[in-house]
Design a protein around this ligand. Sequence first.
Ligand SMILES: [Mg+2]
Length: 194
Amino acid sequence: MNAMASPSPNPSQGRPLLMLDADGPLNPYEAMPDHRPDGYREHFLMPPSWAAQEEIRIAASPRVREPRPLPVWLNPGHGARLLSLPFQLIWATTWEAEANEFISPLLGLPDLPYVAWETPRPVQRGRGCWKTSEIVAWAAGRPFAWVDDEITRADRDWVARHHAGPALLHRVDAESGLGADDFASLSAWAAELG
Ligand SMILES: [Mg+2]
């Protein structure tokens, strides 16, 4: 659980963590298929975990013969903007290691540490997101910002009770993805930490 894939010493260690979701903040899936925001490019990806789901779909339906690639919208400017933030970037997405293989190269991001979620997924507590307890465990008391489209008040309450350090839970709209206001909020929070 909570494995960390970090191939080499990272100069950004010591900064607050930025726990980064992919679907929603980087891939504004709720705008699909007809309302791609400005600046985003369309990609059709076939990560192994998606291919496995497609095999199940094909096996279940005699009318489906070919696996469909996964449509993903990404803004190529997001990599540089994320790297310019005073954070250590951590993938906190169901893509896990596949984020490094399939998303990072399209954004110009290096391989990042990632949260390897428990299997099976933790049971959702109340109305909170299923990721919350593992993100807090991964941060292990370090200051962190968490950027995700599924953050609710229940998660803020849970983090306040279970995480001793500073935390910013920043919800991003999955129709629009990360925007200038979101980057400004993250920068301002990190600056306040000092
Ligand atoms: Mg998401």
